[in-house]
Design a binder for this molecule. Structure first.
Ligand SMILES: Nc1ncnc2c1ncn2[C@@H]1O[C@H](COP(=O)(O)OP(=O)(O)OP(=O)(O)O)[C@@H](O)[C@H]1O
Ligand SMILES: [Mg+2]
Length: 483
């Protein structure tokens, strides 16, 4: 190499793919010869429209684009602008070339995010220098993203109990591999957080993390979401569309709530996992994708397999590396840490001064049951921050909904103090007393009607359950009481 600053690609890394977008065939050929002589793979397109297609379908993910500015129909600058707004592709470096470069256009291209600009005729050394540098910089950026992700990950996933440490160790072990991962755990345990951590600690860290919630789409739509469709494939398909597998080419696809996917879509997903091949709905054309799949489910998939609603072969494909996320009730020692972190974050976001959480509050939080797991704890803390004064106290916590307020009926009272404050013989009650008495009576009637079930009564009265609990305490209403 004549230029000492040019660093050749290390032999151990896979070949890099450069896409050349130019309407002149000769230029594409010339660039192809230069690039292939140095071990790069080349993809090509004659128009911006074709370039978008090639990007999505090239056999290996495109690492760099060399883009001519003078293109028929959509100009190179227009396409560049669009590319840099596309979350999936904006990380790909673009080098711009032009036959009749105006310095204005060059400046515009750099402003839009191009990393270099040069004029035709092409000079071999100049091309290789520019391509080498752009790829090297992109690699450094990716390393940087992955390093800062490593620093970040454990800050984001909070917990220091042995169960959590085991989880981190599994995440770190599986992340750099190509293995598919199945993440299981009840709702709110942090499955999505785990899958993002795996992506960020993987070699695909600088590439997109494409997420799809399989439960959010009706049966007919999920296949077109995942695999895309051709124009006219079904009524309403007035344009062809890239599927999420195509969009995640070279990157990570997170299939959330995979237990809710219907059997027909499961069969297609299995096929992609086995062969790497995708067909859009309504098309025979097959193309190859390189996608790492992470899947999550809050259902027990083994049971779904036994019950026939989940394919066994797909389960085995995904279950190469299962990760079980522990429920919060199994790691109550993490509760003070989590509560403190949620308080700090919420106060920070809302410009509040941090509000200390007392030892008693922590103990109360640890005594509770958390069927909604970390998500539920987060909600409770955020609510407490809003309700509290300078510090968070027990009174700022909602009633534990998993405790029945009528469980221990206090000394069989038949009439509460509400009855006693009737206003006395002949004495007219104040408006406020009257309102409270009426409210108390109405609450008792509704409770009786709903067999003293607080949740249903709250719904019937149109109030929050916690609000109803408060009134029950204030009015000292007791189970079995009649008005
Ligand atoms: N270990 C953790 N540290 C900090 N925050 C956490 C942790 N686990 C979960 N969270 C927070 O709890 C909430 C729920 O997490 P997440 O969405 O990952 O759960 P999930 O298991 O995917 O739930 P679902 O099954 O309902 O989709 C999020 O706000 C997340 O940031
Ligand atoms: Mg989730």
């Amino acid at each position: 190499m004549s230029d000492p600053s040019y660093t050749p690609r290390p032999d151990s890394s896979p070949p890099r793919t450069v896409m050349v977008v130019d309407d002149e065939r000769n230029i594409r050929r010339a660039l192809g010869l230069i690039l292939e002589s140095e071990g790069y793979q080349m993809a090509e397109a004659g128009t911006a429209e074709r370039a978008a297609e090639t990007l999505a379908r090239s056999a290996s993910p495109v690492d760099l684009v060399v883009l001519d500015l003078m293109l028929p129909k959509m100009s190179g600058l227009q396409w560049l602008e669009r590319l840099k707004q596309d979350g999936l592709y904006r990380h790909i470096p673009v080098i711009v070339i032009s036959g009749h470069a105006s310095s204005e256009e060059a400046a515009q291209a750099i402003k839009l995010g191009a990393v270099d600009f040069f004029e035709k005729p092409l000079n071999r050394e100049r091309v290789l220098l520019s391509v080498g540098k752009a790829l090297e910089n992109a690699g450094l950026m990716r390393q940087l993203a992955s390093l800062s992700a490593q620093l970040d990950t454990h800050q984001e996933m909070i917990g220091n109990t042995p169960l959590m440490r085991q989880l981190y160790s599994n995440v770190e072990r599986v992340a750099p591999t190509k293995a598919n991962v199945l993440i299981m755990g009840p709702s709110g345990t942090g499955k999505e957080l785990v899958s993002r951590a795996i992506h960020r600690l993987s070699t695909r860290a600088g590439k997109p993390f494409v997420k799809v919630n399989c439960a959010a789409f009706p049966r007919e739509l999920i296949e077109s979401q995942l695999f895309g469709h051709e124009k006219g494939a079904f009524t309403g398909a007035d344009k062809s569309k890239r599927g999420l597998f195509e969009q995640a080419h070279g990157a990570t696809l997170f299939l959330d709530e995979i237990g809710d996917m219907d059997l027909a879509a499961q069969a297609k997903v299995l096929r992609v996992l086995q062969s790497g091949e995708v067909n859009r709905v309504g098309s025979e054309h097959t193309f190859h994708v390189d996608v790492r799949v992470l899947a999550a489910s809050n259902k027990d998939l083994e049971r779904e397999v036994a019950g026939g609603s989940f394919r066994e072969d797909l389960f085995f494909r995904l279950n190469v590396f299962p990760i079980h996320v522990p429920v919060l009730d199994e790691r109550t020692d993490d509760i003070p840490l989590l509560a403190e972190a949620f308080m700090q974050a919420f106060c920070g976001d809302n410009g509040f001064k941090p509000k200390p959480i007392s030892v008693e509050v922590c103990a109360a939080l640890q005594r509770r049951k958390w069927p909604g797991n970390v998500r539920e704890l987060k909600n409770v803390i955020e609510r407490a921050v809003i309700l509290s004064g300078e510090e968070i106290t027990i009174a700022d916590l909602p009633e534990d909904p998993h405790i029945d307020p009528f469980e221990e009926p206090a000394h069989a009272a038949t009439a509460g103090p509400g009855a006693a404050s009737q206003g006395g013989s002949g004495k007219r009650p104040t408006l406020r007393e009257f309102r409270e008495q009426a409210e108390r009576r109405h609450i008792i009637d509704t409770l009786v009607e709903h067999e003293w079930n607080v949740s249903r009564t709250a719904v019937a009265l149109g109030v929050e359950r916690t609000n109803l609990h408060k009134k029950i305490r204030t009015y000292e209403i007791r189970r079995g009481e009649t008005r």
